[in-house]
Design a protein around this ligand. Structure first.
Ligand SMILES: NC(=O)c1ccc[n+]([C@@H]2O[C@H](COP(=O)([O-])OP(=O)(O)OC[C@H]3O[C@@H](n4cnc5c(N)ncnc54)[C@H](O)[C@@H]3O)[C@@H](O)[C@H]2O)c1
Length: 381
């Protein structure tokens, strides 16, 4: 068995209190457990039932994942299925890839702008919760085409919520972004910081957040708003197909592979230790895991909660480059250019709220795991 996959299974078993059940044809087929749990069972002579019960109780719950063919959505679908949920994916495949959707999920090709389709899905599929990933995500494009971002990221979110309200679906988890914060002087950034988005992408997400809060305060919605920082990395098997190459880590990989001549570094005169921008890189598996935890916690939420998902530590562009050079044992040529308008200097999450509220901490967000999993995804090594 692939070592990384084995490690993943062990981590998963530990995370679930010592054991996990794998289904085949909708029936429990194999139990994987840690030696500690095995010894505990031998000592107790009684089989603890909790994890198995949890696993089965999720089987009655169907989750609608909009954007489930995309990068973060497809990783989350895998985690949901592992946790025993049934999954329906709604995706228009504008950037998402059909092969990213796990075979266990039901796929409906369509658009979040189509309210009649949403109403039909809510009637036919008895949806317990909506995880709303579907969006347009390119900051630079949003500056050129702000109307597209207002429509897809704000108005289509309102459309999903309107269909949910009509169908009495109450549970909602939303993919927001650190881009709602814009430039902040206080680092790391707490959820209470005043939002100051400085591009149409971040602004449209901020508008969507407001609409969600409206539904939560006046229309009975229970919502979790996650503000992800820089999502990166890939599942350990590397089989999820990339949907964008515009983010730093994939471009660093391209430079290391010789697919591009050099990595363009925008600005090396910032007020940071090595004068390049600093970001909070959080592994996509940690983001996916947070959604599974949120589903378990929704019952305890009165209206809505906002949580950052990040590591609480920043890495500069050069930190990422140096780590990739060392881990991949490859040269990474650099080309230094002028600062890019709209880039924040430092963006780092204060992640204490989710840790204190739910005990959630990132597990895979070290640069080594991020770089190795991205490399495997892109170059199959
Ligand atoms: N990638 C990041 O670093 C990051 C950071 C913060 C927040 N987010 C948010 O996370 C979410 C997922 O981002 P991603 O990186 O997986 O992007 P992605 O482009 O890989 O995924 C988006 C998915 O939504 C689908 N989609 C887009 N518009 C749709 C519509 N109108 N109807 C149906 N499907 C539609 C696309 O086909 C794609 O499969 C987005 O909401 C994004 O704003 C991402």
């Amino acid at each position: 068995m692939d070592k990384a996959y084995l490690q993943e299974l062990i981590k998963e078993a530990e995370r679930r209190g010592g054991g996990l059940v794998i289904n085949q044809n909708d029936k429990p087929a194999v139990v994987i457990m840690t030696v500690d749990k095995y010894n505990q069972i031998l000592a107790d002579k009684t089989m603890p039932q909790t994890q198995t019960e949890d696993f089965h109780s999720n089987n009655n719950k169907t989750i609608l994942v909009t954007g489930g063919a995309g990068y973060i959505g497809s990783h989350t679908c895998r985690e949901l299925i592992k946790a025993g949920y049934s999954v329906v994916v709604l995706d228009n495949l504008s950037t998402g890839k059909k092969q990213n959707i796990p075979p266990e999920a039901k796929f409906i090709e369509g658009d979040t702008a189509d309210k009649n389709l949403l109403l039909k899905i809510f009637t036919d599929e008895h949806i317990y919760a909506v995880l709303h990933f579907a969006a347009s995500i390119e900051v630079e494009e949003s500056v050129r085409e702000p109307q597209k971002y207002l429509q897809n990221n704000a108005l289509n979110t309102a459309n999903v919520l309107a269909a949910m309200a009509e169908s009495k679906v109450k549970n909602f988890i939303f993919s927001s972004t650190a881009a709602v914060y814009g430039d902040q002087s206080l680092m790391p950034i707490p959820e209470t910081a005043r939002a100051k988005p400085n591009n149409p992408y971040g602004y449209a997400k901020f508008v969507a957040e407001k609409i969600i809060k409206y539904h939560a305060q006046f229309m009975g919605l229970k919502a979790v708003i996650f503000r992800y920082f820089n999502a990166c990395g890939c599942d350990f098997d590397g089989t999820i197909v990339p949907t964008h190459h515009s983010h730093l880590i994939p471009i660093v990989m391209q430079a290391a592979a010789g697919d591009i001549q050099a990595l363009k570094v925008y600005g090396n005169d910032y007020n940071t230790p090595d004068h390049t921008c600093v970001r909070d890189y959080v592994h996509v598996l940690d983001i996916a895991r947070a959604h599974v935890v949120a589903l378990e916690k929704l019952d305890g939420i009165e209206t809505f909660e906002v949580f950052n998902i990040g590591t609480g530590t920043g890495e500069s562009v050069l930190d990422v480059v140096n780590a990739a050079k060392e881990i991949l044992k490859k040269d990474i040529p650099l080309e230094f250019l002028a600062r890019r308008p709209g880039d924040s200097v430092i963006t780092v999450a204060d992640n204490r709220k989710i840790s204190q509220a739910w005990g959630f901490k990132p597990e895979f967000s070290d640069l080594e795991t991020i770089i190795k999993t991205t490399w495997r995804q892109m170059y199959h090594e």
